[in-house]
Design a protein around this ligand. Structure first.
Ligand code: FAD
Length: 655
């Protein structure tokens, strides 16, 4: 049975929509009323007279990681930003309250880049430097967020966003130095589920029939150590048409030079100017039914499908079709930063903390405000509890203020002679101001023109160029994983479905954290990813469409889609979503990865002329960081940009 009518109450009940699960935003059993759920009402309601009794982060037991339901860009986190964007903010904001606070540095954005900027600034200026970090979310870390679950009483930790430390190129000495200083020396400890294989779920809406096909050609061994599936065996079990099966087998196994007579340089240039979809249809000449099988394969890295990703990019990731084309194995030519780096051999490196790079953010916070995270090592930080009430204390040289969105950043007086910058920020129904000798804007770069309208027009245009990539990382806590065990799978890619994949979490056992299930009856996490986009449009328009999709989709819709999808994929193993789901968290990132230049859609800018290079230029006592400033969505890029921004302030004697 398929389900695509959200208004079908019978099916909704069958899927368990009426079951109580941990999905609402509750904190220690109390609905979050300050800075959280209710904050979403403060701009539309314009109740400027109301006072927040206490700031949420200062309340005992505050732990946003334990919240389930809609996380990531959670409700309320973007109200100020969207009101600013729409020109509604200042008309309704009232007079700012002057806090009379003066800092050496204010950092806007408490992601990896903002926290790294605070770290680098202290390293240069001294540990007594007074620093304030502002972030609009109810937790620090930016995309590097932590989710916690307790199915069956056992703690499961997951990354809500940024997962891994690896990057297309090796870390710079500055980024590596920072990692070492905060205690990260990576041990590789990964539990492996023996005897389970990958699989593909073909959905009725896309492929004509719901069917789970176990075993991925070229993948791991099957049940009882059986040989991996072959292409003919795999394809014969799919609902794909005979012609599509034949063409996929040809594409995957033949070694054909599809561009005879051209040099490798000429071939690579052509491949960089056509999408992988065009390569399949027009060069390899496969039947159009083949396309849906590959369409979403590029989603995880690019946020868009093969219609908008260049064929040369796909060559870098060993997609089929290039084996007989005698292409120079060096990753050169018109390629994105990511493909060029990933196509360049480097030491394999796949450690990740249970909460991904939220641990990097937590360790940065420990280095900046030691009392906020007890312990001494990266390992012991995994189970350590953040004391959020310590983050913003008046006696501390470094303060981190959450639920606080910067709304205006301007020099006090003439920029050339100004000694200070004023930062106005919205928090809990009020606008406040603070002053600082210097500011690092480590926030999303496309918002900077709204914060600093005095910037030159060319710089503002450049800052607005990149459109962040929307993504969703969903975690579902299950009471058991016996359906996976029965089906012999550790996950399924689902190229046509709402979430394009679901897989069992493999926990990193570290620092006393070990949720590894002892039997299929034990609880587990399932990880699912969704990348909303609109095939057929240019890349940036696809991302814009994805933003709208994410910001207009309710949690209830997500929940229904998740239940339906898991029921259909795992139904053959006895899975019952009404019975087996314990909790779910949808990490919604409408403004996800930094926009990376795509050779298919963006010009080949000369050195120094790309939008991120023009956009990140310092402006008096204001410098610009964030991974957006590198047009590269990586942790090391976020750190490198922080390092550059801090050095620019020091060079400008803005300290
Ligand atoms: C789902 C997902 C998975 C990822 N996986 C990886 C990975 O595995 N490895 C990797 O290296 N990278 C990954 N990334 C990329 C990730 O973005 C970078 O690694 C890095 O964390 C970016 O840090 P940042 O500080 O530059 O930006 P962000 O993390 O975006 O932090 C910026 C912060 O500034 C805040 N902000 C914006 N405007 C304002 C304002 N006006 N006032 C106050 N605060 C503001 C934002 O809300 C945010 O909290 C992933 C990203 C996403 C979304």
């Amino acid at each position: 049975m398929t389900y695509d009518d959200e208004r079908d109450p019978m099916r909704a009940r069958e899927l368990g929509m009426d079951r109580p699960i941990a999905r609402r935003d509750f904190l220690n059993g109390v609905a979050v009323g300050i800075g959280g759920a209710l904050a979403s009402q403060w701009i539309p309601g314009l109740d400027w007279s109301a006072d927040a009794a206490q700031f949420a982060q200062d309340t005992p037991g505050y732990n946003p990681s334990a919240l389930t339901g809609m996380r990531g860009s959670h409700d309320g986190s973007n109200d100020v930003a969207h009101a600013l964007r729409d020109g509604r903010f200042w008309a309704s904001a009232g007079r700012p309250v002057n806090t009379n606070e003066a800092y050496d540095l204010v950092v806007v954005g408490g992601g990896i880049s903002g926290l790294a900027a605070a770290h680098f600034y202290r390293a240069r200026v001294g540990k007594s430097a007074r620093i304030l970090v502002l972030d609009n979310h109810d937790d620090f870390g930016g995309h590097a967020k932590r989710n916690e679950f307790r199915p069956g009483g056992r703690l499961w930790i997951a990354n809500g966003g940024t997962a891994g430390i690896e990057s297309p190129f090796t870390y710079s000495s500055e980024a590596l130095g920072l990692m070492t200083e905060i205690g990260i020396d990576v041990p590789a400890l990964t539990a492996v589920y023996q005897g389970l294989q990958g699989s593909t779920f073909f959905d009725k809406e896309t492929f004509g029939a719901d069917r789970l096909v176990v075993g991925t050609p070229g993948g791991g061994r099957g049940r009882g150590g059986a040989a991996p599936a072959t292409w003919p065996d795999f394809l014969a079990r799919t609902p794909l048409s005979a012609q599509a099966q034949k063409d996929i087998a040809r594409l995957e196994t033949d070694k054909v030079d599809y561009m005879p007579g051209l040099s490798s340089i000429e071939k690579k240039d052509r491949l960089s100017r056509m999408s992988y979809k065009s390569f399949l249809l027009d060069v390899v000449k496969v039947h159009p039914d083949v396309v849906p099988f590959y369409q979403a394969r590029t989603h995880g890295l690019y946020g868009i499908g093969i219609d908008a990703v260049g064929a040369l990019e796909c060559w870098a990731y060993s997609y089929p079709g290039f084996a007989g084309m005698a292409l120079d194995p060096v990753a050169n030519g018109r390629m994105s930063y990511t493909a060029k780096g990933d196509g360049t051999p480097k030491p394999a490196y796949n450690f990740h903390f249970p909460d991904g790079n939220a641990s990097v953010a937590r360790l940065l916070v420990r280095a900046l405000i030691p009392a906020a995270l007890p312990g001494r090592t990266a390992q012991d930080s995994v189970l350590a509890k953040v004391d959020y009430a310590r983050l913003d204390q008046s006696g501390s040289p470094v303060r981190i203020r959450l639920n606080s969105t910067a709304a205006r950043v301007r020099h006090i007086g003439d920029r050339a002679s100004a000694k200070e910058v004023e930062v106005a920020y919205g928090r809990d129904k009020k606008v406040y101001t603070v002053r600082a000798k210097a500011v690092v804007l480590a926030c999303w770069n496309s918002m900077i023109p709204a914060l600093c309208p005095d910037l030159p027009d060319k710089q503002k245009e450049a800052l607005k160029y990149g459109v962040k990539v929307p993504l969703v990382y969903t975690s579902v806590a299950l009471k058991n994983w016996s359906a996976f065990k029965k089906l012999g799978i550790n996950g399924a890619s689902a190229p046509g479905m709402y979430h394009t994949g679901a897989r069992l979490e493999t926990p990193t056992v570290i620092g006393g954290y070990d949720p590894t299930p002892k039997s299929p009856d034990d609880p587990i996490l399932v990880r699912m990813t969704r990348t909303p986009c609109k095939p057929g449009l240019p890349s940036r328009d696809q991302h814009r469409a994805g933003h709208v999709d994410l910001l207009t989709t309710t949690f209830a819709t997500f929940e229904l889609k998740i239940r339906d999808q898991l029921a259909r994929i795992l139904g053959g193993g006895g899975f019952d979503p009404a019975r087996d789901i314990d909790a779910m968290t949808v990490n919604r990132w409408p403004h996800g990865y930094a926009y990376e230049y795509n050779p298919l859609w963006d010009p080949d800018w000369p050195e120094g002329q790309s939008p991120c290079e023009i956009g990140r230029k310092p402006f008096g006592r204001i410098a610009i960081a964030n991974s957006d400033a590198a047009a590269a969505a990586y942790t090391d890029s976020a750190m490198d940009q922080a390092f550059r921004a801090v050095n620019e302030l020091i060079a400008a004697k803005a300290t």
